[in-house]
Design a protein around this ligand. Structure first.
Ligand SMILES: Cc1ncc(COP(=O)(O)O)c(C=O)c1O
Length: 398
């Protein structure tokens, strides 16, 4: 089928829930993807921070083939060996004692919210259940996750929203201190706001959050769906701050594109779930968790968080050079590891389109930030090329 016909059918048969670029991607290899007309691109979107091992990774492909030919799906009425092994691996490499598996980031956050409310009722009064989240944050599109997402634009039209959510400014410990009361169960926060503009908080923010939560006897829940799995140069972003959460949500890169979500918790918190508390038909099925096992062990064996740190530094240096050449087009380059934001002066949609025409796929973020989240296996030549294309795109938009 030709590309024109594909786009016509896309317009006709799909719900128009998002605006799509005029590109249909059909093949990938490492950091590169090809569209239906054979045009090659450098993929610095990583499927929105998902394909950490790159496209078509031989180990991922091998696991999918093998697991699909052995046992694709059963249900959580049975013990699932791959799920058990992945849970152990996640616990061995994090603060957590137990894991619940689901199918997406939003679902991992829904689980965290339910877990926190159940925990709080067992550790306080029956009206304790409020979740405090941060303005500009993003936690997903299901009703509770979108309500925790403190941005009106995502709420509009979906009222009535669930109750029991409060919002405070990001990176503002005093505002949080004022907002915590006897009804608060937990704080839900991203260690770096990914969708909200790649906002990196002050160094003292996470330790400050930990302290406030401890003093109030409430849970600190970190949404590491975008920042986790090595993206920021450590396996988990909380490691930069030297504190641990009570609950953490993970998804995106955990199975490199096979849908999966995970909610990790300490023993004390995890005990709030008892048989019948929660559930999912697909969550943690043999395919998704077999791939998660392969991705997670490869990430550790190949020291990909360290590579993300190194390549992220190179990427930011190259972008700083572009900034020096185009001081009027770029306001700031920021980020950690391979989660990088470039605050733009020209409209981000124009810059993204100009990059795409030149063979670079990049993401938007916040109000006018170009976001780069390439696979963690990215090489220096691709980083150089990406920065060069951004420079050329900005020059063309002058
Ligand atoms: C920090 C964060 N939380 C939650 C989500 C939602 O994940 P999903 O789209 O898999 O539901 C995202 C997705 O971009 C995210 O970046």
């Amino acid at each position: 089928m030709d590309t024109k016909q594909l786009f016509e059918w896309s317009d006709k048969y799909l719900m128009a829930f998002t605006k799509r670029y005029p590109v249909a991607l059909v093949r990938g290899e490492g950091v590169r993807v090809w569209d239906s007309d054979g045009k090659e691109y450098l993929d610095f979107t990583g499927g929105i921070a998902v394909t950490a091992l790159g496209h078509n990774h031989p180990k991922v492909v091998g696991t999918i083939r093998e697991q699909a030919a052995t046992l694709l799906h059963v249900s959580n009425y049975f013990h699932i060996p791959q799920q058990i092994h992945l849970a152990k691996l996640l616990c061995d490499h994090s603060f957590a004692d137990r894991v619940y598996f689901s199918n997406s980031g939003a679902e991992a956050n829904e689980t965290a919210i339910k877990l926190a409310r159940k925990w709080a009722k067992e550790h306080g009064s029956s009206d304790r259940g409020d979740i405090i989240s941060m303005r500009g944050g993003f936690h997903g599109r299901t009703l509770a996750a979108v309500t925790a997402t403190a941005q009106e634009k995502y709420h509009h039209g979906f009222e009535p929203l669930p109750t029991g959510f409060k919002y405070v400014a990001y990176n503002d410990l005093r505002a949080l201190e004022r907002a915590i009361d006897s009804r608060t169960a937990a704080v839900l926060v991203e260690p770096i706001q990914g969708e909200g503009g790649v906002i990196v908080p002050d160094d003292g923010y996470l330790p400050g959050l930990r302290k406030l939560c401890d003093e109030a006897g409430i849970l600190l829940m970190l949404d590491e769906i975008q920042t986790g799995m090595g993206r920021t140069g450590k396996l988990w972003c909380y490691e930069h701050a030297g504190v641990t959460p009570d609950v953490m949500t993970v998804a995106k890169a955990l199975a490199n594109g096979v849908p999966i979500g995970a909610t990790l918790a300490t023993e004390d918190v995890a005990r709030a779930f008892t048989p019948g508390s929660h559930g999912s038909t697909f969550g943690g099925n043999p395919l998704a968790t077999a791939v998660g096992l392969t991705v997670f062990s490869t990430m550790i064996e190949e020291r990909l968080p360290e590579r993300a740190e190194r390549m992220g530094r190179v990427l930011r240096e190259r972008l700083e050079a572009v900034h020096r050449n185009h001081p009027k087009a770029i306001k700031e380059v920021r980020g950690r590891g391979l989660l990088v934001g470039v605050d733009l002066v020209p409209p981000m949609a124009d810059v993204i389109a100009a990059c795409r025409e030149r063979g670079l796929l990049a993401l938007t973020s916040g109000d006018n930030t170009l976001r780069l989240a390439p696979p963690l296996i990215v090489d220096e030549a691709s980083v150089d090329r990406a920065a060069q294309i951004i420079g050329q795109a900005l020059a063309a938009l002058k």
